[in-house]
Design a protein around this ligand. Structure first.
Ligand SMILES: O=C(O)CCC(=O)C(=O)O
Length: 278
């Protein structure tokens, strides 16, 4: 028995590579976070852009607060132990009635991490029903690494339009519909993807990528992560400072540096120097 997850939930995660749905934050907290996001978008005059969508826990106090939610961290601790870094956070937004989708992929292939312990917690900030294009996973796929192609398809929300080459239909994909405030947990090797949003509301998720402090980044000499629980005896990642106010100039400067590394890793591997657009 963990402190937040039941024995069955932990066993399900270990055997199938995911557990869902899990109560994460309250409906009110999720609705308030969506309102903050949308106020920021109104300020910018457009949906949150690609650079601000990632590592936004550096920029916004309210993202930092969700990332450090005690109940959420208790559940993460049940899966990966007490010393926890959050490497990245990503807003996954599918506008109402749009063809955007997420190709089937395994994150470990692209993230440069030296182990497969990272757990992704995907928190729904709006209803993520099947009609809204919720995520699905391939149960058991966290036990193998599969081949990908990079399609750069216009509607694929992934940086390189990644897609697995296997026939997904043969693998019994499991949809993970979520109500606002609920979360799904999946392992960094679990194959996952999602279809278009056919509803009249935006589908908004915030993914948080937690890993044990002993993890190393193999694709960049410098990388950052937030220490969210326990102690870090390894210091493989520079600890991101906590935001003291939304978009504080110091936070924006750190985010610029952190984003640059992230973009080198996820867009191109470590070979090119891509300037973030922030
Ligand atoms: O939001 C989605 O549909 C996919 C998200 C995803 O790929 C992830 O959280 O790793």
């Amino acid at each position: 028995m963990g402190t937040a997850l039941t024995e069955d939930q932990i066993a399900h995660y270990r055997e199938h590579g995911f557990v869902s749905p899990v109560s994460a934050i309250s409906n009110d907290e999720a609705v308030a976070a969506r309102a903050k996001l949308e106020a920021h978008e109104a300020l910018r005059g457009h949906p949150i852009d690609a650079v601000e969508r990632s590592k936004s826990y550096v920029l916004f106090t309210w993202v930092d607060a969700i990332m450090r939610n005690d109940g959420l961290l208790d559940a993460v601790e049940d899966l990966i132990g007490p010393n926890i870094l959050c490497w990245n956070s990503i807003f996954w937004i599918k506008e109402a009635n749009t063809p955007s989708f997420v190709g089937w992929h395994q994150d470990l292939t692209y993230w440069g991490l030296d182990n497969d312990e990272l757990v992704t917690v995907w928190v729904a900030l709006s209803p993520a029903s099947e009609a809204a294009g919720c995520m699905s996973v391939l149960p058991g796929s966290h036990l193998e690494l599969l081949d990908h192609v990079e399609t750069y398809h216009d509607d694929n929300l992934l940086s390189r339009g990644q897609e697995l080459t296997i026939d997904i239909g043969d693998r019994n994909p499991a949809p993970m519909p979520l109500e606002t405030g609920q979360a799904s947990f999946h392992n960094v090797k679990s194959a996952h993807g999602s279809g278009p949003n056919t509803t009249d509301d935006r589908r908004i998720g915030l993914s948080l990528h937690y890993m044990p402090t002993h993890t190393k980044q193999l694709l960049a000499e410098w990388d950052s992560a937030a220490l969210v629980r326990g102690v870090d005896e390894f210091n493989h990642f520079e600890h991101a400072p906590r935001p003291t106010a939304d978009l504080h100039p110091d936070a924006v400067a750190f985010h610029r540096k952190a984003s640059k590394t992230l973009r080198q890793i996820v867009y191109e591997g470590a070979e090119k120097n891509v300037e973030p657009t922030l």
